[in-house]
Design a protein around this ligand. Structure first.
Ligand code: COA
Length: 360
Protein backbone atom coordinates (compact mmCIF):
# COMPACT_ATOMS: atom_id res chain seq x y z
CA UNK A 1 0.00 0.00 0.00
CA UNK A 2 1.39 3.43 -0.92
CA UNK A 3 1.24 6.16 1.72
CA UNK A 4 1.74 9.07 -0.63
CA UNK A 5 1.39 11.74 2.05
CA UNK A 6 3.56 9.89 4.60
CA UNK A 7 0.89 10.56 7.27
CA UNK A 8 1.98 9.31 10.64
CA UNK A 9 5.37 8.07 9.40
CA UNK A 10 8.04 8.96 11.97
CA UNK A 11 11.29 9.85 10.22
CA UNK A 12 13.24 11.46 13.07
CA UNK A 13 13.58 11.74 16.81
CA UNK A 14 13.66 15.43 17.59
CA UNK A 15 14.04 17.65 20.62
CA UNK A 16 13.08 20.83 18.74
CA UNK A 17 9.27 20.81 18.68
CA UNK A 18 6.22 18.59 19.08
CA UNK A 19 2.75 18.88 17.56
CA UNK A 20 -0.19 17.13 19.23
CA UNK A 21 -2.84 17.33 16.53
CA UNK A 22 -5.64 15.77 18.60
CA UNK A 23 -5.32 18.13 21.56
CA UNK A 24 -4.12 21.18 19.61
CA UNK A 25 -0.86 21.54 21.52
CA UNK A 26 2.47 22.80 20.20
CA UNK A 27 5.63 22.55 22.31
CA UNK A 28 8.77 24.34 21.10
CA UNK A 29 12.09 23.61 22.84
CA UNK A 30 10.27 22.44 25.95
CA UNK A 31 7.78 25.33 26.23
CA UNK A 32 4.14 25.70 25.19
CA UNK A 33 3.89 28.02 22.18
CA UNK A 34 1.43 30.24 24.12
CA UNK A 35 4.04 30.80 26.80
CA UNK A 36 7.05 31.15 24.46
CA UNK A 37 5.30 33.82 22.39
CA UNK A 38 4.93 36.14 25.37
CA UNK A 39 8.09 35.21 27.27
CA UNK A 40 10.85 35.67 24.70
CA UNK A 41 12.01 37.68 21.73
CA UNK A 42 12.74 36.06 18.36
CA UNK A 43 16.45 36.06 19.20
CA UNK A 44 15.74 34.21 22.47
CA UNK A 45 13.66 31.64 20.59
CA UNK A 46 16.46 31.24 18.01
CA UNK A 47 18.86 30.37 20.79
CA UNK A 48 16.41 27.91 22.29
CA UNK A 49 15.63 26.02 19.08
CA UNK A 50 19.30 25.87 18.04
CA UNK A 51 20.19 24.63 21.54
CA UNK A 52 17.43 22.01 21.30
CA UNK A 53 18.85 20.90 17.94
CA UNK A 54 22.23 20.39 19.59
CA UNK A 55 24.18 23.47 18.47
CA UNK A 56 27.51 23.69 20.23
CA UNK A 57 27.83 26.21 23.07
CA UNK A 58 24.20 27.32 22.74
CA UNK A 59 23.74 28.13 26.43
CA UNK A 60 22.68 31.64 27.54
CA UNK A 61 26.35 32.73 27.70
CA UNK A 62 27.13 31.25 24.27
CA UNK A 63 27.52 32.79 20.81
CA UNK A 64 23.83 32.94 19.80
CA UNK A 65 23.01 36.49 20.92
CA UNK A 66 20.98 39.42 19.60
CA UNK A 67 24.32 41.14 18.84
CA UNK A 68 25.55 38.17 16.76
CA UNK A 69 22.29 38.07 14.80
CA UNK A 70 22.47 41.85 14.32
CA UNK A 71 26.04 41.50 13.03
CA UNK A 72 24.82 38.83 10.60
CA UNK A 73 22.21 41.29 9.27
CA UNK A 74 24.97 43.86 8.78
CA UNK A 75 27.15 41.28 6.96
CA UNK A 76 24.25 40.37 4.65
CA UNK A 77 23.78 44.04 3.75
CA UNK A 78 27.23 43.95 2.10
CA UNK A 79 25.87 41.30 -0.27
CA UNK A 80 22.81 43.30 -1.38
CA UNK A 81 24.59 45.25 -4.19
CA UNK A 82 25.93 41.93 -5.50
CA UNK A 83 22.62 40.08 -5.73
CA UNK A 84 22.18 41.04 -9.39
CA UNK A 85 18.65 40.53 -10.63
CA UNK A 86 17.76 38.12 -7.78
CA UNK A 87 15.76 40.91 -6.18
CA UNK A 88 13.83 41.49 -9.40
CA UNK A 89 11.88 38.23 -9.07
CA UNK A 90 8.19 39.12 -8.92
CA UNK A 91 7.74 36.45 -6.22
CA UNK A 92 9.44 37.10 -2.86
CA UNK A 93 10.11 33.42 -2.21
CA UNK A 94 11.90 33.11 -5.56
CA UNK A 95 13.90 36.23 -4.69
CA UNK A 96 14.75 34.87 -1.23
CA UNK A 97 15.94 31.46 -2.43
CA UNK A 98 18.05 33.03 -5.17
CA UNK A 99 19.53 35.62 -2.80
CA UNK A 100 20.28 33.00 -0.11
CA UNK A 101 22.29 31.13 -2.73
CA UNK A 102 24.78 34.03 -2.59
CA UNK A 103 25.46 33.58 1.12
CA UNK A 104 28.81 32.09 2.13
CA UNK A 105 28.75 30.63 5.60
CA UNK A 106 31.77 30.13 7.84
CA UNK A 107 33.19 26.61 7.63
CA UNK A 108 32.51 24.89 10.92
CA UNK A 109 31.67 21.52 12.33
CA UNK A 110 28.16 20.10 12.00
CA UNK A 111 27.05 21.58 15.34
CA UNK A 112 28.68 25.01 14.96
CA UNK A 113 25.84 27.61 15.06
CA UNK A 114 27.83 30.21 13.06
CA UNK A 115 26.38 29.17 9.69
CA UNK A 116 22.84 29.26 11.09
CA UNK A 117 23.37 32.74 12.55
CA UNK A 118 24.67 33.95 9.17
CA UNK A 119 21.59 32.64 7.34
CA UNK A 120 19.11 33.85 9.98
CA UNK A 121 20.61 37.35 9.76
CA UNK A 122 20.56 37.38 5.95
CA UNK A 123 16.89 36.50 5.38
CA UNK A 124 15.20 39.70 6.65
CA UNK A 125 17.77 41.91 4.89
CA UNK A 126 17.10 40.22 1.53
CA UNK A 127 13.32 40.12 1.95
CA UNK A 128 13.12 43.78 2.97
CA UNK A 129 15.41 44.82 0.07
CA UNK A 130 13.21 42.81 -2.34
CA UNK A 131 10.06 44.39 -0.96
CA UNK A 132 11.42 47.91 -1.32
CA UNK A 133 12.73 47.26 -4.83
CA UNK A 134 9.23 46.08 -5.74
CA UNK A 135 7.83 49.35 -4.40
CA UNK A 136 10.43 51.34 -6.38
CA UNK A 137 12.29 52.41 -3.23
CA UNK A 138 15.97 52.09 -2.31
CA UNK A 139 16.89 49.42 0.24
CA UNK A 140 17.41 50.43 3.86
CA UNK A 141 20.57 49.29 5.69
CA UNK A 142 20.11 47.19 8.82
CA UNK A 143 20.75 48.59 12.29
CA UNK A 144 22.54 45.78 14.12
CA UNK A 145 21.72 47.36 17.49
CA UNK A 146 17.97 46.90 17.00
CA UNK A 147 15.99 43.75 17.72
CA UNK A 148 15.39 41.47 14.75
CA UNK A 149 11.66 42.23 14.48
CA UNK A 150 12.15 45.99 14.85
CA UNK A 151 14.93 46.07 12.27
CA UNK A 152 13.01 43.93 9.77
CA UNK A 153 10.04 46.30 9.96
CA UNK A 154 12.31 49.34 9.74
CA UNK A 155 14.16 47.98 6.70
CA UNK A 156 10.81 47.28 5.02
CA UNK A 157 8.90 50.44 5.90
CA UNK A 158 11.84 52.87 5.75
CA UNK A 159 11.03 54.28 9.20
CA UNK A 160 11.02 53.08 12.79
CA UNK A 161 7.92 51.02 13.54
CA UNK A 162 5.77 51.56 16.63
CA UNK A 163 6.30 49.44 19.74
CA UNK A 164 2.96 47.66 19.30
CA UNK A 165 3.79 46.57 15.75
CA UNK A 166 7.26 45.40 16.78
CA UNK A 167 5.83 43.38 19.69
CA UNK A 168 3.21 41.77 17.47
CA UNK A 169 5.72 40.88 14.77
CA UNK A 170 8.13 39.51 17.38
CA UNK A 171 5.34 37.29 18.76
CA UNK A 172 4.63 36.08 15.21
CA UNK A 173 8.29 35.28 14.50
CA UNK A 174 8.49 33.27 17.75
CA UNK A 175 5.18 31.49 17.15
CA UNK A 176 6.10 30.10 13.72
CA UNK A 177 9.77 29.37 14.40
CA UNK A 178 9.31 25.60 14.25
CA UNK A 179 6.55 23.07 13.67
CA UNK A 180 7.85 19.50 13.81
CA UNK A 181 8.05 17.59 10.52
CA UNK A 182 6.22 20.02 8.23
CA UNK A 183 6.97 19.69 4.51
CA UNK A 184 9.71 22.34 4.40
CA UNK A 185 11.49 20.97 7.48
CA UNK A 186 11.32 17.47 6.03
CA UNK A 187 12.83 18.87 2.83
CA UNK A 188 15.66 20.50 4.79
CA UNK A 189 16.31 17.26 6.68
CA UNK A 190 16.34 15.17 3.49
CA UNK A 191 18.96 17.51 2.01
CA UNK A 192 20.98 17.56 5.24
CA UNK A 193 20.78 13.76 5.41
CA UNK A 194 22.97 13.48 2.32
CA UNK A 195 25.67 15.36 4.30
CA UNK A 196 24.95 18.46 2.21
CA UNK A 197 25.37 22.00 3.56
CA UNK A 198 23.05 24.31 5.50
CA UNK A 199 22.39 26.82 2.72
CA UNK A 200 21.41 24.04 0.28
CA UNK A 201 19.00 22.67 2.88
CA UNK A 202 17.51 26.13 3.52
CA UNK A 203 17.14 26.96 -0.18
CA UNK A 204 15.29 23.67 -0.71
CA UNK A 205 13.08 24.37 2.31
CA UNK A 206 12.16 27.83 0.96
CA UNK A 207 10.96 26.10 -2.20
CA UNK A 208 8.77 23.73 -0.18
CA UNK A 209 7.38 26.53 1.99
CA UNK A 210 6.39 28.58 -1.06
CA UNK A 211 3.43 26.41 -2.05
CA UNK A 212 -0.08 27.49 -1.04
CA UNK A 213 -0.69 24.18 0.76
CA UNK A 214 2.12 25.13 3.17
CA UNK A 215 3.37 28.70 3.68
CA UNK A 216 1.84 30.45 0.69
CA UNK A 217 -1.68 30.69 2.15
CA UNK A 218 -1.72 33.95 4.17
CA UNK A 219 -1.67 36.28 1.14
CA UNK A 220 -4.71 34.48 -0.30
CA UNK A 221 -6.40 34.66 3.15
CA UNK A 222 -6.19 38.44 2.99
CA UNK A 223 -7.50 38.36 -0.59
CA UNK A 224 -10.43 36.31 0.73
CA UNK A 225 -11.17 38.78 3.54
CA UNK A 226 -11.09 41.62 1.00
CA UNK A 227 -13.38 39.75 -1.39
CA UNK A 228 -15.89 39.02 1.41
CA UNK A 229 -15.76 42.60 2.67
CA UNK A 230 -18.36 42.33 5.46
CA UNK A 231 -19.44 39.54 7.85
CA UNK A 232 -22.90 39.39 6.27
CA UNK A 233 -21.39 38.25 2.95
CA UNK A 234 -19.22 35.48 4.41
CA UNK A 235 -21.58 32.54 4.13
CA UNK A 236 -22.57 33.18 0.51
CA UNK A 237 -19.00 33.79 -0.60
CA UNK A 238 -17.59 30.72 1.16
CA UNK A 239 -20.39 28.48 -0.11
CA UNK A 240 -19.62 29.68 -3.64
CA UNK A 241 -15.94 28.80 -3.21
CA UNK A 242 -16.71 25.26 -2.10
CA UNK A 243 -19.28 24.85 -4.89
CA UNK A 244 -16.55 25.88 -7.36
CA UNK A 245 -14.32 23.12 -5.95
CA UNK A 246 -11.88 25.49 -4.26
CA UNK A 247 -10.44 25.19 -0.75
CA UNK A 248 -10.93 27.83 1.91
CA UNK A 249 -7.50 29.29 2.58
CA UNK A 250 -6.38 29.32 6.21
CA UNK A 251 -8.64 26.39 7.12
CA UNK A 252 -7.68 22.74 7.61
CA UNK A 253 -4.42 21.06 8.54
CA UNK A 254 -2.67 17.78 7.92
CA UNK A 255 -2.02 17.17 11.63
CA UNK A 256 -4.43 19.30 13.70
CA UNK A 257 -7.92 17.90 14.21
CA UNK A 258 -8.84 20.97 16.27
CA UNK A 259 -8.03 24.66 15.89
CA UNK A 260 -4.31 25.27 15.38
CA UNK A 261 -3.04 26.64 18.72
CA UNK A 262 -1.01 29.25 16.84
CA UNK A 263 -4.23 30.80 15.53
CA UNK A 264 -5.18 31.78 19.10
CA UNK A 265 -1.67 33.06 19.89
CA UNK A 266 -1.66 35.30 16.82
CA UNK A 267 -5.25 36.43 17.37
CA UNK A 268 -4.21 37.58 20.86
CA UNK A 269 -0.98 39.18 19.62
CA UNK A 270 -2.78 41.27 16.98
CA UNK A 271 -5.54 42.52 19.30
CA UNK A 272 -3.64 45.61 20.63
CA UNK A 273 -3.15 46.85 17.06
CA UNK A 274 -6.90 47.37 16.66
CA UNK A 275 -6.91 46.04 13.12
CA UNK A 276 -10.19 46.73 11.35
CA UNK A 277 -9.81 43.29 9.72
CA UNK A 278 -9.84 41.36 13.01
CA UNK A 279 -13.60 41.39 13.55
CA UNK A 280 -14.18 40.40 9.92
CA UNK A 281 -11.63 37.59 10.23
CA UNK A 282 -13.39 36.21 13.31
CA UNK A 283 -16.75 36.25 11.53
CA UNK A 284 -15.31 34.61 8.41
CA UNK A 285 -13.58 31.93 10.50
CA UNK A 286 -16.84 31.11 12.29
CA UNK A 287 -18.76 30.93 9.00
CA UNK A 288 -16.05 28.82 7.33
CA UNK A 289 -15.91 26.39 10.27
CA UNK A 290 -19.69 25.93 10.15
CA UNK A 291 -19.84 25.45 6.38
CA UNK A 292 -16.93 23.01 6.38
CA UNK A 293 -18.57 21.09 9.25
CA UNK A 294 -21.75 20.78 7.18
CA UNK A 295 -19.85 19.84 4.01
CA UNK A 296 -17.30 17.48 5.52
CA UNK A 297 -18.83 16.12 8.73
CA UNK A 298 -16.19 13.37 8.96
CA UNK A 299 -13.20 15.68 8.62
CA UNK A 300 -12.67 18.31 11.36
CA UNK A 301 -11.42 21.44 9.53
CA UNK A 302 -10.59 24.46 11.70
CA UNK A 303 -8.49 27.60 11.35
CA UNK A 304 -4.76 27.08 10.87
CA UNK A 305 -1.86 29.43 11.58
CA UNK A 306 -2.24 31.25 8.26
CA UNK A 307 -5.65 32.66 9.07
CA UNK A 308 -4.47 35.12 11.72
CA UNK A 309 -1.00 35.41 10.19
CA UNK A 310 -2.70 37.33 7.41
CA UNK A 311 -4.43 39.70 9.84
CA UNK A 312 -1.29 40.23 11.95
CA UNK A 313 1.20 40.79 9.16
CA UNK A 314 -1.22 43.19 7.48
CA UNK A 315 -1.74 45.08 10.75
CA UNK A 316 2.01 45.58 11.29
CA UNK A 317 2.24 47.15 7.84
CA UNK A 318 3.72 44.44 5.63
CA UNK A 319 2.37 44.10 2.08
CA UNK A 320 0.67 40.74 1.40
CA UNK A 321 3.32 39.69 -1.12
CA UNK A 322 5.76 39.71 1.80
CA UNK A 323 3.75 37.33 4.01
CA UNK A 324 5.25 34.02 2.82
CA UNK A 325 8.84 35.40 2.84
CA UNK A 326 8.22 36.67 6.39
CA UNK A 327 7.25 33.15 7.40
CA UNK A 328 10.65 32.06 6.01
CA UNK A 329 12.44 34.84 7.96
CA UNK A 330 11.31 33.04 11.11
CA UNK A 331 11.28 29.38 10.04
CA UNK A 332 14.87 29.57 8.78
CA UNK A 333 15.82 29.22 12.46
CA UNK A 334 13.79 26.03 12.86
CA UNK A 335 15.22 24.60 9.62
CA UNK A 336 18.75 25.39 10.84
CA UNK A 337 18.09 23.62 14.15
CA UNK A 338 16.78 20.57 12.28
CA UNK A 339 19.80 20.53 9.97
CA UNK A 340 22.11 20.53 12.99
CA UNK A 341 20.07 17.77 14.64
CA UNK A 342 19.98 15.75 11.40
CA UNK A 343 23.75 16.01 11.02
CA UNK A 344 24.17 14.90 14.63
CA UNK A 345 21.70 12.09 14.89
CA UNK A 346 20.17 11.19 11.52
CA UNK A 347 21.02 8.91 8.66
CA UNK A 348 20.49 9.18 4.90
CA UNK A 349 16.73 9.57 4.26
CA UNK A 350 15.96 7.39 1.28
CA UNK A 351 12.45 5.93 1.13
CA UNK A 352 11.12 3.50 -1.46
CA UNK A 353 8.66 3.71 -4.34
CA UNK A 354 6.35 1.11 -5.86
CA UNK A 355 6.90 0.59 -9.58
CA UNK A 356 3.62 0.57 -11.52
CA UNK A 357 5.08 0.95 -15.02
CA UNK A 358 5.68 -1.58 -17.78
CA UNK A 359 8.12 -4.42 -17.22
CA UNK A 360 10.65 -5.41 -19.89
N1 COA B 1 -11.33 23.97 2.33
C1 COA B 1 -12.17 23.07 1.83
N2 COA B 1 -11.98 21.73 1.92
C2 COA B 1 -10.89 21.32 2.56
C3 COA B 1 -9.97 22.22 3.12
C4 COA B 1 -10.20 23.58 2.99
N3 COA B 1 -9.37 24.48 3.49
N4 COA B 1 -8.97 21.50 3.69
C5 COA B 1 -9.24 20.22 3.48
N5 COA B 1 -10.41 20.10 2.80
C6 COA B 1 -11.07 18.87 2.38
C7 COA B 1 -10.35 18.25 1.21
O1 COA B 1 -10.85 18.73 -0.01
C8 COA B 1 -10.62 16.78 1.40
O2 COA B 1 -11.88 16.49 0.92
P1 COA B 1 -12.11 15.14 0.05
O3 COA B 1 -11.71 14.03 0.98
O4 COA B 1 -13.57 15.20 -0.27
O5 COA B 1 -11.21 15.27 -1.13
C9 COA B 1 -10.67 16.64 2.92
O6 COA B 1 -10.99 17.92 3.44
C10 COA B 1 -9.36 16.21 3.50
O7 COA B 1 -8.36 17.04 3.00
P2 COA B 1 -6.89 16.59 2.74
O8 COA B 1 -6.49 17.08 1.41
O9 COA B 1 -6.69 15.14 3.05
O10 COA B 1 -6.12 17.36 3.82
P3 COA B 1 -4.57 17.47 3.83
O11 COA B 1 -4.14 16.99 5.15
O12 COA B 1 -3.92 16.87 2.67
O13 COA B 1 -4.41 19.04 3.62
C11 COA B 1 -4.16 21.30 3.93
C12 COA B 1 -4.13 19.93 4.60
C13 COA B 1 -3.64 22.33 4.92
C14 COA B 1 -3.24 21.28 2.72
C15 COA B 1 -5.59 21.63 3.51
O14 COA B 1 -6.43 21.66 4.64
C16 COA B 1 -5.69 22.90 2.70
O15 COA B 1 -5.50 22.88 1.50
N6 COA B 1 -5.98 24.07 3.37
C17 COA B 1 -6.06 25.33 2.68
C18 COA B 1 -4.66 25.88 2.45
C19 COA B 1 -4.03 26.36 3.74
O16 COA B 1 -4.64 27.00 4.58
N7 COA B 1 -2.72 26.06 3.87
C20 COA B 1 -1.95 26.44 5.02
C21 COA B 1 -1.64 25.25 5.86
S1 COA B 1 -0.89 25.65 7.40
Amino acid sequence: MTNAGLEGVVVADTQISDVDGERGKLVIAGADVEQLAVATSFEGAVRQVLAAGGAAGAGPAGPITPAAIGAARAAAWELVPRLGDALDHPDGMDALRTALGHVRVPAGGPTDPAAAITAIGAAPVFVAAWSRRRAGQPPVAPDPALGHAADYLRMTLGRAAGDGAVRALDAYLVTVIDHAMCASTFTARVIASTASDLISAIVGAVGALKGPLHGGAPGPVLDMLDAIGAPAHAETWLTGELAAGRRIMGMGHRVYRVRDPRAAVLETAVRPLLSPRLELARAVEAAAAKILRDNKPDRPLAANVEFYTAVLLDAVGLPREQFAPTFAVSRIAGWSAHVIEQHRTGRLIRPASRYTGAMP
